[in-house]
Design a protein around this ligand. Sequence first.
Ligand code: LP5
Length: 241
Amino acid sequence: MRYLFISDLHLEAKRPDITRAFLRLLETRAPQFDALYILGDFFEVWLGDDTIDDLGREVANALSRLAEHGTQVYLMHGNRDFLLGRRFCKAARCTLLKDPSIVDLNGEPVLLMHGDSLCTDDIGYMRMRRWLRNPASRFVLRNLPQKTRYKLGRKLRDESQARTQMKSADITDVNLGAVAQVMRDKGVKTLIHGHTHRPAIHDLVIDRQPAQRIVLGDWDKAGWALEVDENGKRLESFPLS
Ligand code: LP5
C-alpha cells in the first residue's frame, strides 16, 4: 500500500500559489496513493464550518473528487484549524483523525500527531492550548457570532506572531522527553508529525531500540510531502509553482 502525508499548508486566499500547488497534487500525485493524510494546520485559520468560504468549498470539492477516485482522505486538527468539524469532513468525504492516532502502514504501527502537544517547554502555549481545546471552550467558541470569532481569531494570530518571535528556537520545538514518552506509551517505533516547520527525519534511540521521528514541512517557500510504501519513507520538497 502507498501512503502520502502532508501538513501545515496554511491555505488562505492570500496565498493562491499554495492552493494551486495543493490542487495540482490532488489531481496528479495523490490518486497514485491508497490514502492521503493531512496532519493539521491545513487552513491558515478555521473559525467554524459555518464560516466556509469559496476557498474552503473549492478544497472540499477537490478532496471529495479524490476520495471518489479511491484514495482515502484523513484529516487531523492543527492548532490553527481545530474548529474544523463534521460538516466540512462530510463535504470533503474525509475522516477526522484524533490527535494522537496510531495507523497501520504496511504492517507497522505508526503514531500520527500534529505535533503542538509535544512542545511542552512552551508554557504559555500549553496553557492557551488547554483552554482553547477543552470541549466546553470549543462549544462556546463555535457558538459565538461570526464577527466575534473573526475578531478573536485575528487577535490570537497577532498575539501569537508577536510572542513567537520572542521565543527561542528550543522553546518552539518539540521536547525530546515528551517524544520518547509518547512513543513508549503508544508502543511505536515511528512518529510522524508537523507543526514545527522543521522538516527532517530524525533517527532516535528509545530504550536502546532504534526509532524515527519524521517531521513534515510547512508549505511556504516550497511544498513538502512524505511518501510511505513497501520501499520505505521518503520526505521530499517540491516547488510551489
Ligand atoms: O500558529 P503558530 O505556529 O504561528 O504558533 C503556534 C502557537 N500559536 C497558536 C495561535 C494560533 O497561531 C492562532 C490561532 C488561530 C485561531 C484558531 C481559532 C480560534 C478560535 C477563536 C475564535 C473563535 O496556536 C504559539 C506557539 C507556536 O505555535 C510554536 O509552538 O508558540 O503559541 C503562542 O504564541 C501562545 C502564546 O505564548 C500565549 C498567547 C496568549 C494569548 C493572549 C491573547 C489574548 C487574546 C484573547 C482572545 C481570545
